[in-house]
Design a protein around this ligand. Structure first.
Ligand code: FAD
Length: 279
């Protein structure tokens, strides 16, 4: 069982608890994007096992009968990208076929800068035959405007995030203000060139900007936030009629994900410390 505090950020260790979490948020109008925790496999059997686990999750999501259709989000290195592009494409194919059979939306996370080309290529190969897919792009990478130009001509959706990795300075903006400016610019580009925008951010400034751009251009958008982060804002946005999805990780490999969340933000660390001290 996942201990208190960690269970604010992780939806459970298995599919049943993850779906129970999804149901609770579904009742309040917040959709769920389920991610099975796991990354950086170097044995093809592990990647194959993860793809099979996603196929089982997809079947369970289809049977769950949620009012806001549930989605999944996969990490390329979880499906074998560290091994080879061929393994990754094959395992992604298994996931996409299961999704196609059950009409489930497949998001692809974006990992570090060395994986962007392979991830874009695999996305493009699949989304042209199964458009219920979306790809994450990172505003901190200098190449992202070019990538967006390519992506807006494809079917599928785009999730814009600030970027969680630490790319070298020649390839990325490092200062927070510069990343925020890039995020603003990419949002404006997406609202004027894409059919739909997924705003993957907890930042109130970016969400307000998306609302304004939506009012100006009419492009539909959704807000995506992580489980355990600004959940009251997630409920408020959903109650106000916006499309809101919560990215909820689950699985037995929750410890390193939980530490990442705690390290990332002082408030989370204090919250965790208070709970440990108070027993
Ligand atoms: P920040 O720039 O971290 O913070 C801006 C403001 O947002 C803060 O000042 C505060 O007002 C508010 N805020 C932020 N965090 C909190 C908090 N914990 N509690 C309260 N207020 C807060 N990155 C990738 O590289 N690849 C991915 O595939 C990827 N997928 C993601 C999917 C989703 C759904 C989300 C939400 C993020 C994803 N990320 C991904 C992470 C992303 O790149 C950022 O690292 C992360 O979201 C932090 O940036 P931010 O825009 O949320 O806000």
């Amino acid at each position: 069982m996942i201990p208190p505090i960690a269970n604010n950020f992780v939806a459970g260790e298995d599919v049943d608890t993850a779906l129970a979490h999804a149901r609770r948020f579904d009742e309040q109008g917040v959709g769920t994007i389920l991610n099975l925790l796991g990354e950086h496999y170097d044995d093809p059997a592990d990647a194959e096992q993860e793809a099979a686990a996603y196929a089982a999750l997809i079947r369970a999501l289809a049977d769950a009968d949620l009012s806001v259709a549930g989605c999944i989000s996969v990490k390329p290195s979880q499906l074998g990208l560290d091994i080879s592009e061929a393994v990754f494409r094959e395992q992604l194919g298994t996931v996409v076929e299961a999704a196609r059979a059950h009409d489930i939306f497949v998001w692809m996370d974006m990992e570090d800068h060395t994986t962007v080309d392979a991830t874009l290529d695999a996305f493009e190969a699949h989304v042209t035959t199964y458009p219920r897919m979306g790809l994450c792009v990172q505003a901190n990478l200098k190449r992202t405007r070019e990538d967006l130009r390519r992506l807006v001509d494809l079917p599928g959706r785009i999730r814009l995030v600030k970027g969680a990795y630490d790319p070298p300075p020649e390839l990325a903006y490092r200062e927070k203000a510069r990343v925020n400016r890039a995020y603003h610019d990419h949002l404006a580009y997406l609202f004027t060139h894409a059919d739909h925008v997924a705003v993957g951010s907890h930042d109130p400034e970016m969400i307000e900007r998306a609302k304004t751009l939506h009012a100006e251009h009419g492009t539909p958008f959704e807000v995506q936030m992580l489980m355990g982060v600004r959940e009251s804002a997630q409920f408020d946005l959903a109650a106000a009629g916006y499309d809101v999805y919560q990215y909820a990780p689950y699985g037995t490999k929750w410890l390193s994900y939980f530490y990442r969340r705690v390290r990332e933000r002082k408030a989370n660390a204090l919250f965790a410390l208070r709970a440990i001290v108070s027993g």
